[in-house]
Design a protein around this ligand. Sequence first.
Ligand code: EPU
Length: 355
Amino acid sequence: MTDTTKILTHYDLSHANTMALSCVARHAMILDSDQRLADDLAVALAFAKNANLPIFVLSGGSNVILPSTLNALVLLPKTTGTQLISQTEQSVTLQVACGENWHQFIQTCLNQGYYGLENLALIPGLVGACPVQNIGAYGVQVSDFIDKVIAYDLQTGQACTFDNTACDFGYRHSFFKDNPNRYLISHVVFRLQKAPNILTNYGDLADVSGKIASKNGRTTPTPMDVFDAVVQIRQSKLPDPAVLANCGSFFQNPIIPIKQFHELKAKFSDLPSYLVNDDFIKLPAGWLIDKAGLKGKGIFPILTHEKQALVLTNHHPRHASQHDIKTTQDFIINAVKTMFGVSLVREPVWLDEHI
Ligand code: EPU
């Protein structure tokens, strides 16, 4: 008979999502042992099949909008550990368990002289979730450093490995995002560099990291200086979810045809933009929302952040619901569409009560 003692019932997820939405899962299971992971998953899959329940994997909960009740078996991966797989003079390959804290993992890498992830400092969440939306910041995407992703197929229970190409990475996109609720990512294999490659051409990163370097008596920044600069910049404009509930960027930066961009630029000469290719341009959604007069605004209790309009914040933690998010989300989408003719697309994963 299957041992179901680890299956929890009516599990409160309001502390397990950084947006602090009130949510109770019908069932949950904490996956806390790397050694027992395959066995635990076999139990979970059998239980879900028997109860006719879908399975949902909730990682750090920093990029998800949860319903008040979630009619599912929620898997909470908490396994930790980092294994050195191989190294050359130039690079190191590390296999990292999904429950490792992302920011602490980068810090550990830097302390050991493994470079590349410093621009991605302070992004909330766990290692296992980083490939799903291909987290990115300050000119770097995590896909630049992912060698492989090791996962369990939740339909078959089989372990499977995806190389970088199979992950089909794009801007805030991956194969896993296209196949929601299908895989539990158990490990991410990173290839990091032993020689620093400083990338500071995004926004004010060159300026801030340069200042930190010179304060430390250096002429050029080290990866640790860049890491400190990213932390400083993020802390200056992004709310700490532990203090003010949020889930980071709420909208993707929209990509529009060049022709539409020129029409907008004629009306709004200060419109910032990033060239994607000869035909398309990316606009900062935060700027559009700000320009529409909605910085620090919204419909209570969900308001845009006062220092970064792209982030929605929850001012009634553990009480506000998904419905409150939708109200403010639609208000913003309509205002931006009316003013600029641009359709904003939500970035975090939206879960319905019945998946
Ligand atoms: N801006 C405004 N007003 C605002 C917000 C932004 O005018 O309220 C302007 C800024 O002055 C700047 C431009 O918009 O000219 C872009 O802003 P920023 O550099 O802060 O970056 P972003 O495009 O808003 C993206 C990522 C962030 C990431 C930063 C830094 C997306 C959807 N968001 O934001 O990612 O930290 O770049 O690389 O791509 C996240 O995904 O949760 C996230 C925070």
